[in-house]
Ligand binder design. Structure first.
Ligand code: CP3
Length: 345
């Protein structure tokens, strides 16, 4: 594939770059009025995710409107549990909700693995092909999936939670069930990411949004073990692992077969760099809330963040997703500041 702009792939592989690539987690979404308009024409979020032409359209919006250096396919991590047999709803102002949950061996009937990915998730791979045709090599397209631990959280808790205590309870009361479910999620996720790559995803990111709620030993046993299997299985394209809040485990993550490690805004970049070494790319890490400040503050704090990385192995992003009520003009200031920044390393 010949790209007009392949900065993000070069930065992931540790090749030379003339400036830092920048994109935002959750860039395709509610910050853009143009996204809300498309969603408003449909019955809601799920229909948008499941309609490949419209999903492709909102995937490309931030490339056109914000000037980011990568597109990320518009979908959700929760399409995987749904394909396995656990249907979700996206409730306005509340978030994801599952009618059924998996908390016993009997309920593993809702965690199927023996199905064809194209059969149940063909709408995602189709959206990827349509997006690439329309992008025509302008920027690379990122595919993604949730990490087994984070998907496990939703499948067992059944909704979002501050503590995920139902999920964590299972690790103590029924570790056999926990490992069986994590195994199944891992198996499906590998097949799913490979299907996205076959359809045209140029790099993939695995989101472990709830990594930070486990202690180091438990995260090693119930999180990293399965993440490692995914990283080892994906050899076709660069892999990014974003394990939010996993400060204690970054060196273990960096030792996996991945190119890039996501860094959230609580992480101290110089310390992270010391523990991961020089042969890996870091992605992040502006506090998303900086985008609520004035344009001049956004510029100043973005430059400070850029200064802190001191390496060409950097893909610029926020430390987590952009919040829905943020002003797209502030996002543009963030992006402009990155694009104008001169690399001195
Ligand atoms: O632009 C992109 O980043 C691509 C699209 C994307 C979405 N979700 C669309 C979405 C991506 C990469 C995700 C990942 C995702 N989904 C994660 C991991 C990243 C993270 O934020 O930690 C998680 C935990 C989910 C689960 C999920 N989906 C939740 C908790 C919610 C509700 C919270 C909210 O923001 O409302 C969603 C909904 C969701 N996924 C929206 C979007 C654009 C908002 C729904 C809407 O448009 O009404």
């Amino acid at each position: 594939m010949k790209f007009e702009n392949d900065l993000v792939l070069r930065a992931a592989r540790g090749e030379d770059i003339e400036r830092y690539p920048v994109w935002l987690m959750r860039q395709a979404g509610r910050i853009l009025p143009e996204y809300r308009a498309v969603r408003g024409e449909l019955s809601g979020f799920k229909e948008l995710v499941e309609t490949p032409e419209r999903a492709a359209e909102v995937t490309i919006q931030p490339v056109d409107l914000l000037g980011v250096d990568a597109a990320i396919i518009f979908s959700d991590i929760l399409v995987v549990p749904e394909a396995m047999g656990l249907e979700y709803q996206m409730i306005e102002k509340k978030g994801p909700w599952f009618e059924k949950t998996i908390r016993s061996m009997d309920e593993l009937i809702y965690a199927q693995t023996d199905f064809d990915i194209e059969d149940r998730l063909g709408y995602v791979t189709e959206a990827i092909s349509i997006t690439n045709k329309a992008l025509n090599g302008r920027v690379p397209l990122i595919g993604f999936a949730g990490a087994p631990w984070t998907i496990f959280c939703y499948m067992t808790e059944g909704q979002g939670s501050k503590t995920f205590s139902e999920s964590r309870k299972l690790l103590y009361t029924n570790p056999t069930l926990a490992h069986e479910l994590l195994n199944r999620i891992t198996e499906v996720t590998i097949k799913y990411l490979k299907a996205q790559i076959k359809a045209g995803a140029h790099m993939v990111q695995v989101f472990d949004s709830w990594a930070g709620i486990l202690g180091k030993e438990q995260y090693a046993e119930f999180g990293l073990k399965y993440m490692d299997r995914i990283a080892a299985a994906i050899t076709e394209v660069p892999v990014t692992i974003f394990a939010k809040g996993a400060y204690n485990s970054v060196s273990e993550i960096a030792a996996m077969s991945c190119n890039t490690v996501g860094v959230d805004w609580n992480m101290q970049v110089d310390e992270i760099r010391k523990s991961v070494g020089e042969s890996i790319t870091l992605q992040g890490n502006l506090d998303p809330c900086v985008l609520y400040s004035s344009h001049s503050e956004v510029e100043r704090l973005t430059k400070n963040m850029l200064d802190s990385f001191k390496s060409k192995r950097h893909i610029v992003n926020l430390g987590h997703g952009v919040y829905p009520d943020m002003d797209p003009e502030k996002v543009k200031t963030f992006i402009k500041t990155v694009k104008n920044y001169e690399i001195n390393y």
